[in-house]
Design a protein around this ligand. Structure first.
Ligand code: ARG
Length: 596
């Protein structure tokens, strides 16, 4: 069941007190501007702004407000004091603190409510390109998208996942034509007796196909012509052409699947709805745009123009929906996908987890869809732009040869590094144990490094830092979790199991208080992620949680506490911390092994 947070309980009481001192003619309510504070539990800064608005002395006004705040015995607030130029310092009662936590602990969802009016969100993420490698850009889109899906669903939102893979376009004419002329090219070549044939093998076959067909395309005019004709047959749905196209897509899916497995991300076949899926809508999309006057023919191409989008020479930059040669581009597909997602699937929010470098494309696509009425007032479309992954030199991450770095190589390297860290920490582990933990630690490290920086920012891919035990890393969080599990195990072994309630008669130590107040903020944190689509807020919350736990653990012995009651309270805090860490990490797609 939903649990009201202490912050919201306090906020309500302050808002009421503020309303009571507000003269009647002041229509607008005043925000107490409550936040956590180290001096007391909370500080409210809203009186300063209100005093200014009313032309009053802030300290006097604060004193009036204080008189109207219910505080003392039996109240949520135990004390409230004026400080500084007119701030309020607020302390909540021990009973309120402990009973709120007990309610959270009693609930499977840790007191996090479902959204009152959940909507339907279509989220476009993890969209690699067929017959091509996956690179760090696809990492970002996959990891951020996966976390958002989990967090939104946790709040009860209906989520439609769309992996808009690049599986259509002129390059397929070239690949397919080459295959018809060299039918053995994708054969599994008797390499193994039909046994394990992994993702890497599939990718290397595709690479070979890509390279050879490209070479021919660039050198042989006749082939180029045949490849162009092949695109036309593909778009027209020619049977033999489609069969070959399917083989290429399937081969790529084998590879993507291998990367997703390593990345520990679940991608459902049914949600892989690539560019090709909209092929049948493209004609109609263009016709509707043209008929409504949203798009016009310019130099043979079907274009949409914008007053405020101009190139460097001042001439307008249009969105090209259909090229002069009749071919449809990326924009026609995206516009058709909007019609499908809103018109057919009923989405009221469209999210696109895509590289910031595509910002102009999405701006033009959204504006076009608005003009055409496909995006109406009730629908929100948001391009969640992510920044670039940089190498240690601060430049976009490339290999020495200047190619983009293969995602799979990075992931494998991360797992290898993590194996070193894990084995060093516990030399008694078997090889299999090291391998299992290394996967959870290494992949967790990569995901966390990505999710803990604000998504619009670039970040440096630095594996040494990512797998470090100290600092803002997933390994630090995983160790905090494993340490708690070890305490709980030891407690259980000697008969001290976690009880559902803390002892209200014990005054919490400052470190216990800080931990408890932070635990109570979990729900608020998740809500803010669903409002801003910024998973780094959850990562930051979890890091602070682990830090509070570390301080608590330093200052407050758990199993050797002075009294049985203190042992119980501390075990209770340990347990709730572990469950919150576990849930939070799971929502980011990161494992929390019970032992490390
Ligand atoms: N396949 C594209 C890429 O790798 C990303 C697709 C983004 N989604 C979209 N609806 N356009 O860059």
């Amino acid at each position: 069941a939903a649990v009201q947070s202490l912050a919201s309980l306090v906020d309500q009481r302050l808002a009421d007190a503020l309303a009571a001192v507000l003269p009647e003619r002041e229509g607008v309510a005043a925000d107490p501007l409550l936040r956590r504070s180290d001096r007391a539990d909370f500080q409210a800064n809203g009186i300063l702004a209100l005093a200014k608005r009313l032309g009053r002395n802030p300290r006097e006004l604060a004193a009036e407000v204080v008189k109207r705040v219910p505080a003392g015995d039996g109240e949520v607030i135990s004390s409230v004091e004026v400080s500084g130029p007119g701030f309020l310092n607020i302390t909540v009662s021990d009973e309120a603190l402990l009973s709120t936590l007990a309610e959270r602990a009693a609930d499977d969802r840790l007191g996090v409510p479902f959204a009152q009016r959940p909507g339907v969100t279509a989220i476009d993420y993890s969209q690699p390109n067929v017959a091509k490698e996956m690179h760090v850009g696809h990492l970002r889109s996959t990891v951020i998208g996966d976390a958002l899906v989990k967090i939104l669903e946790h709040r009860g939102e209906k989520v439609i996942r769309r992996h808009h893979i690049g599986d259509w376009g002129t390059q397929f004419g070239m690949l397919i034509q080459y295959l018809t002329e060299h039918p053995q090219e994708l054969d599994h070549g008797g390499e193994t007796g039909g046994g394990e044939d992994g993702g890497e093998a599939a990718m290397s076959r595709l690479n070979r196909l890509y390279k050879s067909s490209r070479a021919l395309f660039d050198s042989d005019e006749g082939f180029k012509e045949r490849a162009r004709a092949r695109v036309v047959s593909l778009q027209a749905g020619d049977r033999e052409t489609l069969d070959l196209w399917h083989r290429i897509v399937d081969e790529s899916m084998i590879y993507f699947r291998a990367v997703y497995d390593l990345l520990d991300v679940e991608i459902e076949e049914a949600d892989v709805v690539g560019e090709s899926a909209y092929n049948d809508m493209l004609d109609e999309t263009c016709r509707l745009l043209e008929e409504s006057g949203v798009a016009e023919i310019s130099q043979g191409a079907l274009c949409v123009f914008f007053d405020d989008i101009k190139g460097q020479d001042g001439s307008p930059v249009p969105l090209i929906v259909r090229k002069a040669d009749g071919g449809y581009g990326y924009a026609a597909t995206d516009l058709s996908a909007i019609r499908d997602r809103v018109g057919t699937l009923g989405a009221d929010t469209l999210l696109y987890v895509v590289d910031a470098r595509q910002a102009l494309h999405f701006r033009m696509v959204f504006e076009t869809a608005r003009r055409a009425g496909w995006l109406h007032d009730e629908v929100r479309a948001v391009h969640l732009q992510f920044g670039t992954v940089l190498g240690k030199d601060g430049k976009p991450f490339k290999t020495r040869a200047g190619e983009s770095v293969r995602l799979i190589d990075l992931l494998e390297e991360a797992v290898r590094r993590a194996a070193g860290v894990v084995a060093e920490k516990d030399p008694k582990l078997t090889e299999a144990e090291v391998a299992e933990r290394a996967a959870q630690v290494g992949i967790g490290a990569v995901k966390y490094a990505d999710l803990s920086t604000s998504m619009s920012r670039d970040y440096v891919f630095d594996l040494d830092r990512m797998v470090s035990l100290n600092g803002d890393t997933s390994v630090y969080l995983q160790y905090a979790y494993a340490r708690i599990q070890s305490i709980l195990r030891k407690g259980a072994d000697r008969g001290d199991s976690v009880r559902p309630l803390a002892h209200p008669s014990l005054t919490p130590e400052p470190a216990e208080r800080a931990l408890a107040l932070h635990l109570d903020e979990f729900d608020q944190t998740l809500r803010s992620v669903t409002e801003t689509y910024e998973p780094h807020r959850l990562a930051a919350y979890l890091y602070t949680l682990a830090s509070h736990f570390t301080t608590f653990y330093d200052q407050c012995p758990v199993l050797t506490a002075d009294s049985e009651a203190a042992v119980q309270n501390r075990l209770f805090l340990c347990d709730l911390t572990a469950r919150t860490l576990h849930r939070g990490m799971a929502l980011l797609g990161i494992r929390t092994p019970a032992r490390l």
